[in-house]
Design a protein around this ligand. Structure first.
Ligand code: HEM
Length: 400
């Protein structure tokens, strides 16, 4: 990159919900990694190649610490000043490993599988309510939002009577359309609530994720109240908006591909593969990862200097034609390549098994119990979160 080269602005807005933002083809054609200007006005490297993104995410030369002054910011002020540290999502090795291992058992596949019957029951009850209510119905508040919210509440041990307030505050917190003041107020209120929740569990240990962490920390003589509060809030943020958006967008993607939907309805055992393909196709996180370079490194043939910002473009890496044949096609029978929708390397999504089970149960149950479900408005009239970081839908009116 020479100083007199023009640096293109990185688009985030998608014209079509299932297509890449404008300019990504040109970026990919100009090389596996190129210089872009982010919405914050700062420059960053943008990785478009699947293999280079894996190299980046596996590299010890990269830092995920948002407090670094050059950490990539999509929008001014967005990733800073949110008043809390994102627990393991903000830690580099060697601090990251022990903190992640302390909770990884909670998200192990076997443990998550044991939650499946409870998730199925919850989804059935939500769909009972949909079927009993008026048509059309907005599936965002009726299904996409409550599933991850209820699950996080169960995981964190939020008592039943507090769930409505908890849900309302977390909805405000993750809503990018909320004013920054309201958002900060919601974060402040949630931090206060979670602080109290952790204190209660310190006084009266409970058998849930946070309760078990309290006991583990106590047994090891390393009680750290603030870290537990940050962990709880991180799980809420990381596991909520992502799953809500993936449920809503996944429903639209399937409705837009009726032949593939019929295949899943006929052969529900195809659902796990369909969910993987939906994660790739929707690539709700774009960028999917943000880093700052800790020590000089060559990536994709380009020399990056310590202090450089780097992002991996989720939609690009998951549609890299070198890895995925006909990448713009939703194809649930695809066998090649693993998508990077859950990231890669040490920060690989810790909640991936939980997300997969939620998505499988929701899609399978919804299209089994309401087989002739259809959009209540033309797809062009759906309101997409076109500039949000986790791409999704504001509302999803359906009928049958
Ligand atoms: C469809 C749903 C989800 C998607 C697409 C998703 C995506 C991701 C991605 C891409 C990363 C890595 C980011 C990076 O490397 O910078 C990540 C990390 C993480 N995710 Fe998820 N996630 C989802 C659901 C969940 C759920 C349900 C939970 C927990 C309840 C969760 C908790 C986390 C945590 C704690 C991290 C940080 C892990 C670490 O730094 O070691 N996620 N997720």
């Amino acid at each position: 990159m020479t100083d007199n080269q023009v640096v293109p602005d990185l688009a985030i807005r998608r014209g079509c919900p299932f297509a890449e933002p404008d300019g990504y083809d040109e970026l990919r054609n100009s090389g596996p990694i190129s210089r872009v200007r982010l919405g914050s006005g700062k420059e960053s490297w943008a990785v478009t190649s699947y293999h280079v993104a894996r190299e980046m995410l596996a590299s010890e030369a990269m830092s995920i610490d948002r407090r670094h002054p050059n950490f990539p910011q999509l929008v001014p002020g967005f990733s800073k000043d949110i008043g809390f540290r994102a627990s393991i999502g903000d830690m580099d090795p060697p601090e990251h490993g022990p903190a992640r291992r302390a909770i990884s058992g909670e998200f192990a596949q076997r443990r998550i599988e044991a939650m499946r019957p409870g998730i199925q029951k919850m989804v059935d009850e939500l769909i009972d309510a949909v079927l009993a209510g008026p048509k059309p119905v907005d599936l965002v508040p009726a299904l996409a939002l409550p599933v991850p919210t209820i699950l996080i509440c169960e995981l964190l041990g939020v008592p039943d009577e507090d769930r409505a307030t908890f849900q309302a505050r977390s909805a405000t917190m993750i809503d990018l359309f909320t004013s920054p003041q309201d958002r900060m107020a919601a974060i402040g209120a949630l931090l206060g609530y979670i602080d109290q929740l952790v204190t209660d569990k310190e006084n009266n240990p409970t058998d849930d994720l946070i309760g078990r962490q309290v006991q583990r920390a106590r047994a090891n003589g390393e009680v750290d109240h603030k870290s537990l509060v940050e962990l709880a809030l991180t799980l809420l943020v990381a596991g909520h908006e992502t799953t809500v958006n993936m449920i809503a967008l996944g429903v639209v993607a399937l409705l837009e591909h009726p032949e593939q939907l019929r295949m899943i309805q006929r052969e529900p055992e195809r659902m796990p593969a369909a969910v993987e393909e939906l994660l790739r196709y929707c690539s709700i996180l774009n960028p999917v990862a943000y880093r700052v370079v800790k020590s000089d490194i060559t990536l994709g043939g380009v020399r990056l200097r310590a202090g450089d910002a780097v992002v991996a473009l989720g939609t690009s890496v998951n549609r890299d034609p070198e890895v995925f044949e006909n990448p713009d096609r939703l194809d649930i029978e695809r066998t090649e390549g693993r998508h990077l929708a859950f990231g890669y390397g040490v920060h690989l999504c810790i909640g991936q098994h939980l997300a997969r089970v939620e998505l499988c149960v929701v899609f399978e149950t919804l299209f089994r119990r309401i087989p002739d479900l259809r959009l209540a408005v033309p797809v062009e009239q759906l309101s997409f979160k076109s500039e949000a970081i986790a791409y999704g839908l504001n509302s999803l009116p359906v009928t049958w």
